[in-house]
Design a protein around this ligand. Structure first.
Ligand code: UDP
Ligand code: MG
Length: 194
């Protein structure tokens, strides 16, 4: 199975690119952020809990996120591969993901990080907030907090996979199709090795 992690700060284009990649390669696209928003829309208990963190720009606790992810994978059954978007967001989540994959003698093939400057991601998120209806995209204080949480809690995930030579960075600013081509070049390499 192919297991890809699309990595990068909020607003770096993970969702946009993951959707295109999932279509091209027939992969299951798992966005924990989208899963939370679905729970929030359904007004479930999990959604209510998630809202209390999301509205502050904080991370939902690891156990909650990991539990939700496992349930989503179980619902989908077997797939050719998975593209993880916005997960893992902490080193503990990465370890839990690795353990889960090991149970089926599987592993993460590659983590690709999209590099975009802070100034540009803030502009992109505010623009997205005009149409997305996401409250966490409209408030600059929440956006700042998400960026800080990313730097403090999420960025170490890169080093965690880099230690196993599984992490790489590509330019996440510029033309969407060009970024997509760079991502495809990496993934083609991985699928050849499979
Ligand atoms: N979130 C979280 N864990 C996840 C995914 C999302 O805690 O695994 C929360 C977090 O508060 C984050 C918000 O949901 O700021 C929005 O996440 P999403 O991935 O949609 O935002 P993006 O980073 O893509 O802008
Ligand atoms: Mg996203």
């Amino acid at each position: 199975m192919i297991n890809l992690v699309l990595f990068g700060p909020p607003g770096s284009g993970k969702g946009t690119q993951a959707k295109k990649l999932a279509e091209k390669y027939g992969l299951l696209h798992i966005s924990t952020g989208d899963l939370f928003r679905k729970e929030i829309g359904d007004k479930s208990e999990l959604g209510l809990l998630a809202t209390s963190y999301i509205q502050k720009g904080e991370l939902v606790p690891d156990e909650v996120t990991i539990g939700m992810l496992k349930a989503a994978l179980a619902r989908h059954g077997s797939t050719f591969g998975v593209i993880y978007d916005g997960f893992p967001r902490t080193v503990d989540q990465a370890k839990a993901l690795d353990e889960m994959l090991e149970e089926s003698e599987d592993e993460i093939d590659v983590l690709i990080s999209l590099k975009v400057e802070d100034k540009e991601i803030i502009e992109r998120i505010i623009k997205r907030g005009e149409s997305s209806g996401r409250a966490d995209d409209k408030d600059e204080a929440i956006i700042q907090s998400r960026i800080e949480v990313y730097k403090k809690e999420t960025q170490p995930v890169y080093a965690y996979y880099d230690a196993h030579d599984k992490a790489l960075t590509i330019k996440g600013s510029g033309d969407i199709d060009e970024i997509f081509e760079s991502l495809c070049a990496v993934i083609d390499q991985v699928t050849v090795e499979e």
